[in-house]
Design a protein around this ligand. Structure first.
Ligand SMILES: NC(=O)c1ccc[n+]([C@@H]2O[C@H](COP(=O)([O-])OP(=O)(O)OC[C@H]3O[C@@H](n4cnc5c(N)ncnc54)[C@H](O)[C@@H]3O)[C@@H](O)[C@H]2O)c1
Ligand SMILES: O=C(O)C[C@H](O)C(=O)O
Length: 311
């Protein structure tokens, strides 16, 4: 199995490191447009193999997609991150062109690859990669839901003073302030969280989750990478190990949840064929309304990309 990560910056390098350390693939290729960056990071990573005890070979190449040929999974992290005061949507004019050209190169050398998008604005960049790759909808998906639920679970674990491992949660919608955490589907080792936290505390945690990316941008001046890199690596693992894990991921909907031709986060089953099933859970009228509003916010930005005439 071979995995390529495009973009050897903060998220890409972290993802490559975690995939390599999991020791689940024979090769991880890192690609970046910046001369020497991916070669340097791949070499540095390879020198951690004897220390961290894994065999996965890490290889770097500056913009040479032939090195990525025959990849089973490709993670696209190339693009600019936001700075304080910006929204993810503000990145569209730069990142749409980057994701387009990267996807063209990726698909040329790995026509059967499953493509995981990380670049922002996430849902719309997944749409761009899907349109450019002309791949099937099960093979192009976006990483956001694992990250957003991880934030939600981490905040809940803190408030309840329990292990984050015991918190199971579901969150749907776009990767923006309209995302829809679902307390009704959130449990602590099977116990509904609504029985363990009062409404006000839960509402504060949900609000902090929705603004979780921005909180980190304000602290660091650029966006997060440890949790995003880990989340993308978890998706890679589910696919290459054919784990059939259920995660919220950004996928193309064709009628599920009453939504059509839109890319938003929903729970899916991930295995060797990529998105093997979209899980349709029952939503209340209020929850459905929030999901529809979130999808509408994504559609607005999809329309902006359509107006750019690059697809
Ligand atoms: N989906 C999510 O939840 C999530 C989480 C974190 C970051 N992000 C997004 O991921 C992207 C990367 O974030 P980062 O913190 O790693 O940024 P970064 O600046 O550290 O790294 C981005 C890398 O992309 C490279 N790059 C730019 N254009 C390229 C091209 N045409 N071909 C190949 N490489 C190219 C840059 O040289 C740079 O090394 C941003 O758009 C950010 O908003 C998304
Ligand atoms: O917030 C960002 O801009 C990056 C990413 O989408 C995140 O949620 O950390």
């Amino acid at each position: 199995m071979k995995v390529t990560v495009v973009g050897a910056g903060n998220v890409g390098a972290t993802c490559a490191q975690i995939v390599a350390e999991k020791n689940i693939v024979s090769e991880v290729v890192l690609l970046d447009i910046k001369e020497g960056l991916s070669e340097g990071k791949a070499l540095d990573l390879w020198q951690t193999a004897p220390i961290n005890y894994y065999d996965t070979r890490t290889v770097g190449a500056t913009n040479d997609y032939s090195k990525s040929a025959g990849s089973d999974v490709v993670v696209i992290t190339s693009g600019v991150p936001r700075k304080p005061g910006m929204s993810r949507d503000d990145l569209i004019s730069i990142n749409a062109g980057i994701v387009k050209s990267v996807t063209e190169n990726v698909i040329k050398y790995s026509p059967n690859a499953i493509i995981i998008i990380v670049s922002n604005p996430l849902d719309v960049m997944t749409y761009v990669a899907y349109a450019v790759s002309k791949s099937s909808k099960n093979k192009v998906l976006g990483m956001a839901g694992i990250l957003d639920t991880a934030r939600y679970r981490a905040f809940l674990a803190e408030a309840l003073d329990v292990s984050p491992r015991d918190i199971q949660a579901l969150l749907m919608g776009g990767h923006g302030d309209t995302m829809v955490p679902l307390p009704r589907y959130t449990t602590v080792a099977g116990i509904p969280v609504t029985e363990m936290l009062d409404e006000e505390t839960l509402a504060k945690i949900i609000d902090r989750t929705k603004k979780g990316g921005g909180e980190l941008v304000n602290l660091m001046g650029t966006s997060a990478w440890y949790a995003p890199g880990s989340a993308a690596a978890q998706m890679v693992e589910a696919i290459v190990m054919d784990q059939k894990r259920v995660f919220p991921c950004c996928v193309k909907l064709e009628g599920e949840y009453g939504l059509n031709d839109i890319f938003v986060g929903v729970p899916v089953k991930l295995g060797k064929n990529g998105v093997e099933k979209v899980m349709e859970v029952k939503l209340t009228a209020d929850e459905q309304e929030l999901l529809v509003a979130s999808a509408a916010a994504v559609k607005e930005i999809m329309d902006v990309v359509d107006g750019m005439n690059i697809l």
